[in-house]
Ligand binder design. Sequence first.
Ligand SMILES: O=C(O)CCC(=O)C(=O)O
Ligand SMILES: [Fe+2]
Length: 365
Amino acid sequence: MSTTRTETQAEANPRLTLAFNDEVHQGYKYADYLPVYDNETKFPPLKPFEFADRGLAADKSKPNLLPKDSDSIRVTRLTPSIGTEIRGLQLSELDDTQKNELALLIAERGVVVFRDQDFKDVGPQKQKAFGSYFGPLHIHPVGAHVKDNIEFHNIYLGPDNEYRLRSASTRLSTIGYHSDVSYEHQPPGITILTLLSVPATGGDTGWVSQVSAYERLSDPIKKLLEGLRAEHSGHPQAQGAERDGKFVRRAPVYSEHPIVRIHPATGKKALFVNRGFTKRIIGLKTEESDALLQLLFNHIAQGQDFQVRVKWEEGTVALWDNRVTAHTAISDYDVHNPQEGLRHGFRITTLADKPTGVEGLQSVW
Ligand SMILES: O=C(O)CCC(=O)C(=O)O
Ligand SMILES: [Fe+2]
């Protein structure tokens, strides 16, 4: 039996299992970031905390992040409803005023893609400090992480670790829209995904605007959903991990979150359900709940006219707001073909507000 330890002790000397084959990655520049599992450190339940969105402190016209007279910064709206790409700015050099404006931009655009970044090379301490500015860093309850940095959720799919691929092999497609760990009581706001190694082609990521998904619905359905909560559960993920012999470092939780959520900085309403973690609508009969959730999940997955698909480049960092988007990995490359290259990165996930819905509808658990 493992004992519960504090986070400080956890960093002392945990027993690690490698989730990759050393020999495959000889000489890899980011070998220190390859996936490992600490198989003994347990974490207590997350505690409630006060959260003030950084976007609330931002000047809405973003004069510090995106000055009008700059000829070095290139800003491209990737689609009308979601996604902005920025070239000519380094995340690692932003001051707090710029970070506040960035938080608001991410909330407004759903996902902001920064190109040509040095962020992957600034080291774990600066990477963590950057993430922490936006909210407390989430430690994933079951995922592989980076050695000595358990807050870095590992993104890796290779010939020596097919864990995620295996679970997809029984399905027709790898598409799985979700909002990161939405089962938490105060689920994530901004997630920062940095790829350290990018395949020549394939491995894009897709995002969908949950603000647009909400706005497309008819008024009677909007009204119905605004009064309802849905259960988001971490239990299936924990059970799956246990079944596969993985270590569960924090006991699974569930939450009943408003189905329509209001973003604290933009005031916009967004659908807050996802096929990954949302299990049932509270107060409905089983068939009603199943039918309504299927309708919403299909709507989210099929809405290519309010989605964006981003191709990763060397140096790309993507930042998205889980409160107004859902996203999916697109695992379309052959991990057994070395010609196709390695896809590897790490995710920094920041926790945010307790969801609030229309007319003050709150999450409960
Ligand atoms: O690998 C990807 O493209 C996305 C993975 C993912 O869902 C995440 O990082 O939260
Ligand atoms: Fe995710």
